[in-house]
Write a protein of this length. Structure first.
Length: 483
């Protein structure tokens, strides 16, 4: 997820995850996959047009999309609720006073100019501003018809980046996302996304996306668990294509089937950093990866999820299994399968919510043709090992186990939200391997650490992670739980 400064975090629910700040493409397509439909229908905070819609329980496959299927834009309710809340009388605390001081009210809706910061071990710090504006239907119509969220940020390597985001809501259920981004060095992005939770008048959820994306943030250190930090090399990934996802509920609101089709043309080029390029440090791998390849994949997934919240769970179990299928006979340039099995469990001590033990297990393996390194499973900062940079370890297989003890220190009302402060000591364990028979406990990497978090329910958490281990230390600013 895009990493943002924890201050005034709840506004960030307005923004779909920026692909430019995602980890390497293997994480996005195998562990995290491509984009998927958003959650269920708009919540009660919205003014309904016409007869009130029946309130729906949030779609439980949201975490499947986040972890096995992919990051996703937010629902209309999540996008507009913070802007509607901003007009209510704030509580007398420092966050509310700050929010009130920076909000600009207009005839079309409030404009909230938020500062943004993101932190990455390999690319350093980015900072800038993101004004958010809600556009209503008219003077007497309080329904939000669109949300605009442009931003301007600066990074040492990318220089200035300008981004335009627009969310359009034809009705209470459907929405369109338009996003375009341009950096002085390397990065380019253009995305169109559409989502409906009730396709053809049924409970089937459908999302479709087309994009052209160039990101200069990925790093590569070599293949295998024995790769060296000294060999870190920067590169730019170029992707153009489309995908769509169909999400089908099966049994008693806990079992789901998910299907994803994706077609992308991909290649790499030199990144924005002047030294340490893949083309110079790994010329043979660069020659293979710099050639444009066609990736036509179809993914099938089953999930069981009885957790109590799609984004901020405190109780329950989540189990998912998927296979991603690519075949030359279907116009792909490679024959391969990627298998993923994942388990997450949340134990709430005495169900009081103060102490939550969170456990995450993930096993992933890609079988088939030799693939460009960017299409292989990755282990790093945002993919299971917080002490390391993104893309630190790359191979055909990957294992991750993480345990956290999430301790709530305080709870207080913030506007119409519940604000919590939390600390979480954690231990990340992970490794990569060329084939299952070569998995070895001796190759496991251990990354203990501690997180400080601000949780603004119902849907946003801001995290400052400190991790250490054999890869050194790392400090990460981001939005969202690691799992």
């Amino acid at each position: 997820m895009t990493r943002k400064l924890p201050a005034l975090l709840f506004l960030l629910a307005l923004c779909a995850p920026d692909l430019s700040s995602q980890p390497g493409p293997a994480a996005r397509e195998t562990e995290l996959g491509g984009s998927a439909p958003a959650q269920a229908a708009a919540g009660p905070a919205l003014k309904a047009r016409g007869p009130a819609a029946k309130k729906k329980k949030p779609h439980k496959s949201a975490k499947l999309k986040d972890e096995v299927v992919g990051q996703e834009p937010k629902t209309r309710a999540e996008l507009v609720k913070p802007l509607e809340i901003a007009e209510t009388a704030p509580k007398e605390n420092i966050l509310a006073r700050t929010l009130g001081a920076i909000t600009i009210n207009t005839a079309k809706g409030p404009i909230i100019p938020f500062p943004v910061v993101d932190s990455n071990k390999d690319m350093g710090v980015s900072f800038g501003i993101m004004p958010i504006m809600a556009i209503r239907g008219g003077p007497n119509d309080k329904t939000i018809k669109a949300v605009l969220a442009p931003s301007a940020t600066y990074n040492e390597y990318l220089r200035t980046t300008l981004t335009y985001r627009q969310y359009i809501f034809p009705d209470e259920q459907r929405f369109f996302l338009l996003r375009a981004s341009y950096s002085q060095k390397v990065e380019r992005e253009f995305i169109i996304y559409y989502y409906t939770p009730q396709a053809w008048g049924s409970e089937i959820r459908v999302g479709a996306e087309a994009k052209n994306w160039v990101t200069g943030k990925p790093s590569f250190y070599g293949l295998g668990i024995d790769s060296s930090r000294k060999d870190r090399a920067n590169y730019a990934l170029n992707m153009t294509g489309e995908e769509f996802t169909v999400d089908l509920p099966l049994v008693n609101h806990h079992f789901f089937f998910n299907f994803n089709h994706a077609l992308y043309l991909k290649r790499i080029s030199d990144g924005p950093q002047e030294s340490g390029q893949v083309s110079g440090l790994f010329p043979a791998l660069f020659n293979q990866a710099s050639k444009e390849n066609t990736f036509l994949t179809h993914r099938f997934a089953l999930v069981y999820d009885d957790t109590d919240h799609p984004f901020l769970p405190k109780l329950g179990t989540y189990i998912a299994a998927s296979v991603n299928y690519s075949d030359k006979s279907l116009a792909s340039d490679f024959n391969y399968r990627t298998y993923v099995v994942q388990l997450k469990h949340y134990y709430n001590y005495k169900e009081e919510g103060k102490y939550v033990t969170a456990i995450h297990y993930l096993y992933q393996f890609t079988k088939g043709d030799a693939l460009p390194f960017y299409a292989l499973p990755q282990l790093g900062e945002s993919t299971g090992l917080r002490m390391a940079g993104d893309g630190r370890f790359v191979d055909r297989g990957k294992f991750v186990f993480t345990v956290e003890e999430r301790i709530t220190l305080s709870r207080s009302p913030f506007m119409k939200f519940i604000s919590e402060s939390e600390i979480a000591p954690f231990l990340d364990i992970g490794t990569v391997f060329p084939k299952p028979s070569e998995f070895s406990a001796r190759n496991l990497k251990y990354s203990p650490g501690i997180s400080a978090r601000i949780v603004i329910r119902p849907q946003v958490v801001g995290t400052l992670d400190f991790a250490f281990g054999s890869e050194g230390t790392n400090a990460i600013i981001k939005v969202g739980y690691p799992f």
